[in-house]
Design a protein around this ligand. Structure first.
Ligand code: SAH
Ligand code: MG
Length: 208
């Protein structure tokens, strides 16, 4: 990853630490090599941090990243919760709106032709999605229902040899919520995915 991309990634708001971001970037480079022509998709873009790591890999490979988010934030981003950022509230609507910040992030690093924002709910987009994916990154709603729904609706689109990346996987309940860990287990138990690596809470799996 180029130093200027990395700097921008670190400056962008988001929850992904640099070591996990670089691991995600490396996984994207490998997945784009393993699976010819297919794009990548991330569920949960927030302010664009993970999209920079994935997007710079897409740019270098001449491919595309779809960045899917309704941009209203997850439960933990709402007022009164741990990950709330009052600067991201649209004052007219009194609703969180991360789309403008996301667009600035992507613009600043010149990835507008590479990172395609899909503004909508993941469960609305999934049923009409038609393309196989070289890499799917699941980092959207972390509650039980949204996490399991994303697993069920989106993992069938991962191409054979492609990569499933899941963020915020915490085997120890003291470290964080269960649903991302549960869907990681489902992927392993399905026999359709094998683990290829992990960095912090980022788990990488390959579709067999
Ligand atoms: N991947 C980002 C962080 C994502 S935070 C990074 O590392 O930089 C989780 C995001 O998921 C939030 O922006 C929230 O709006 C989005 N989200 C939650 N549920 C969603 C759903 N059902 N459809 C689309 N986006 C969703
Ligand atoms: Mg996350």
């Amino acid at each position: 990853m180029k130093p200027e991309d990395r700097q921008a990634a670190e400056a962008a708001r988001g929850f992904m630490p640099p070591d996990e971001g670089l691991a995600l970037h490396a996984a994207a480079v490998a997945a784009l090599t393993a699976v010819g022509s297919a794009p990548m998709l991330e569920i949960g873009s927030y302010c664009g941090k993970s999209a920079l790591y994935l997007g710079s890999a897409a740019r270098d490979a001449g491919r595309v990243l779809f960045a899917l988010d309704h941009h209203r934030g997850s439960e933990e981003n709402q007022a009164g919760w741990e990950h709330h950022d009052a600067d991201l509230v649209d004052p007219d609507l009194d609703l969180l709106d991360t789309l403008a910040t996301f667009r600035s992030t992507i613009h600043e690093v010149g990835l507008e032709r590479v990172v395609v924002a899909l503004v909508g709910h993941s469960e609305v987009v999934a049923p009409v999605w038609g393309s196989m994916l070289a890499l799917l990154f699941i980092d959207g709603g972390h509650g039980s229902e949204p996490a399991h729904r994303d697993y069920e609706l989106w993992t069938p689109h991962v191409a054979p040899g492609g990569t499933l990346a899941i963020h915020d996987v915490f085997p120890d309940p003291n470290d964080g919520g269960r649903p991302p860990y549960e869907i990681y287990l489902r992927a392993i138990e399905s026999g359709e995915f094998v683990e290829t690596g992990h960095t912090g809470s980022l788990r990488l799996l390959r579709r067999v």
